[in-house]
Design a protein around this ligand. Sequence first.
Ligand code: ADP
Ligand code: MG
Length: 641
Amino acid sequence: MAKGKINVSVENIFPLIKKFLYSDHEIFLRELISNATDATLKLKHLSTIGEAKVDYGDPKIEVKIDKEGKKLHIIDQGVGMSKEEVEKYINEVAFSGAEEFLEKYKDTAKDSGIIGHFGLGFYSAFMVAEKVEIITKSYVDEESAVHWTCDGSPEFALTEADKKDRGTEIILHIAEDSTEFLEEHRIRELLVKYNKFMPVPIKFGTKEIDDPEFEPKTIKDKDGKETKEPHKKITVDNIINNPNPAWTKQPSDLKDEDYSSFYRELYPMQFEEPLFNIHLNVDYPFNLTGILYFPKLTTNIDIQKDRIQLYQNQVFVTDNVEGIVPEFLQMLRGVIDSPDIPLNVSRSYLQADGAVKKISSYITKKVADKLQSLFKNDREGFEKKWNDIKIVIEYGMLSEPKFYEKAFKFALFPTVDDSYFTFDELIEKVKPAQTDKDKNIVLLYATNADEQHSYIEEAKEKGYEVLLLDSPIVSHLIQKIEGENSELSAEKQPIKFARVDSDFIDNLIKKDEDKVSKLTEEEQTKLKEIVEGVVPKEYTVQLEALDSNANPFVITIPEFMRRMKEMSQTGGGGMMGMSNFPEMYNLVVNTNNDLMQKILRAKGKKEEYVNQALDLAKLSQNLLKGKDLTAFIKRSFDIMK
Ligand code: ADP
Ligand code: MG
């Protein structure tokens, strides 16, 4: 029996491994199954290139719990190890055999799918085991089987074993503080989490299924009724993984159904179909495959749940793709698989890493291209999807300058009447009617078609288009669009957005015509005094000579203040501290409406008229609530008496 010391630089590496190596102890299983997978794929590769004269067969990896013996077994039928290899790869800690293999076979093994290079992979077993055994036999016939045992101190024992068939069995003697890993449900959970799409079949127990060969005969039951005889059951291996997930295939080999069934495989609890998908597939200058799905985003989605999953060679790594996928795309779902993403490094390092930056901009570009082609090839379908995808696109336009550039061509601006314009189409359409006297093109929008109904109607009456922009970040976006379009070239006119209720209609798009008031200067001063004496002081009273059939009072909310306030409420941009700023209203008083004569001439009833008109204006701005609403209803009934 050989005894020796594991070659480590620190006196005892194991407590260190246990404490610091990985915060998540559960990853030991991922590491051991990755090694078993590597061992199997190595054999496959060697037999393909004719270096191993073996019958590769149909190898699988088996995970077995021995609850009584407090052991967990991981068994593979891969290359196995000779005594020398155990000494080299296991005893010399932190020596990655996978890297050496890839180096040696670098011309042919590039696409073999070998995982290794995680580093101290095998030793992560000591995070949960007090003793680990390896029983292994190399695929090389002349080599005899060996048995390695280590109890967590740097001392190990190495003896001969009588294992007959090639491959490796790892036996973990689970430590007292880790007995959760002897529970079937816990192991199943881990296998599903980390190994669901690994390339070699993984067996975990058996299951009963209907024998597919068996055809039930029609028989008579005890009452003489005809019935089918019970289906014959057979016991088969319970394979927990799908070794050939959709993202590893060529897009040309996949149909729509394949993408949607893979979506359900990824997120079994998602019942809603995704809107569309993007198949990622590059091998230069980095290697990346994957499928991203656009889910419906209208309903309040839980972004924390069902996120994009990151894999390396089909091994699940994390579902936190921060730093790898740009923030605005983290609302998507799906899979990214890239061996080129450094693992176990801090997020800030990731963000600075050149390869990762390239990956992130590649993903952004692919998404933009896909959207562009959907827009081009199926405009109608794209319009239908717009409301479900706009948040992602608008957020992307705000946060990624490159994406802004591309998306500006296909981002849609829907109107309250359900027409969809691109920005250029919109400008073309509204330019003649909605250019004000200072040459600004004024784009009118509403954020809520019901609440701003009367304002929308006024604008439409003038022949203006009213956009319906109702996503929460729209104030940021229009701020940006105005900014991008503020630099004037000779014919380019500046763009201004204005919500329909931010001023009275003639002021929203000012034309060069001065309206005359029916009231004299004197009457106007008097009217202003009366109104100001009645309305609360958050209203700034503003007399305007509007059409005589326009409403007598209109409440407006100045665009600038409201937008700044909204922007600071939704974070970033806007003005500091604006979110707590009190609401500000303008009360536009139409001096040409006949009611003004009444207010001026009425005896005693002045206050009642003003209040009634104010309340009606509040109603159309959805501002009349609580005791004011009650008072309004009572007053209205009284007037009818
Ligand atoms: P890595 O997988 O990154 O190479 P590990 O610490 O996980 O590092 O494993 C070290 C080496 O031990 C592997 O590269 C491999 O040579 C050997 N090894 C580990 N597990 C097995 C196994 N199940 N079958 C054959 N060799 C193995
Ligand atoms: Mg490994």
